[in-house]
Ligand binder design. Structure first.
Ligand code: 5GP
Length: 188
């Protein structure tokens, strides 16, 4: 499994230190606010589960899952809700937890959807950001790492549903996705 990785971009220790740092900021900002953490499936589940275990406050958790109408989420920007929130977020403080902001389309759509439900506030925690790929404005209020334009796996992020269990963020060897087209367009 790790032999499929060309380069470790962010180590397990670096991730864990950053998650703790982000959680400390969130602890300060959300004290007494009882936030709802909204995890974006599937990629964010590892980040969310580590992050929430460092939160020393009362919070709840819910999840959403999207799919694109077209083959390529990045280019179509048209989404369909596969799994909606199970709880109402009206008048609540929502913290969206994302694995990575790439084109920004997913986050943009999710923010619109959540804001339409009249929460008290909405903010975003994202582990990774690839600003060079942005197609629409999207910004994390709590950000782990900015990374270059490379397709990464690990710590929840997959290629063809694999590699989510790696404890670090790495770049796959090109031969792994050879013959399947160039990521990320065929892997959503
Ligand atoms: P966006 O809508 O911002 O273009 O893309 C967001 C989603 O695309 C992420 O939640 C993630 O599922 C997927 N994605 C974007 N870049 C990468 C990447 O480098 N690796 C993996 N595994 N998924 C990515």
């Amino acid at each position: 499994m790790t032999s499929d990785i060309k380069e470790v971009l962010i180590t397990e220790d670096q991730i864990q230190a950053k998650v703790q740092e982000l959680a400390e900021q969130i602890n300060r900002d959300y004290r007494d606010k009882n936030p709802v953490l909204v995890g974006v499936l599937n990629g964010a589940f590892v980040f969310l589960s580590d992050l929430m275990r460092h939160l020393d406050l009362s919070c709840t958790v819910d999840f959403v899952s999207w799919s694109s109408y077209g083959k390529d989420t990045s280019s179509s920007g048209v989404f369909r809700i596969m799994k909606d929130l199970e709880t109402s977020v009206e008048s609540k403080h929502v913290l969206i937890v994302e694995d990575i902001i790439d084109t920004g389309l997913t986050l943009h759509y999710l923010l619109d959807t959540v804001r339409a439900r009249k929460p008290a506030s909405v903010k975003v925690a994202a582990l990774l950001d690839k600003p060079s790929r942005r197609r629409i404005e999207a910004k994390a209020d709590y950000l782990g790492f900015q990374i270059p334009d490379a397709f990464v796996v690990g710590y929840g992020l997959d290629f063809a549903q694999r590699y989510r269990n790696l404890p670090f963020i790495g770049i796959l060897k090109p031969e792994i996705y050879a013959g399947r087209g160039t990521p990320p367009d065929d892997i959503q």
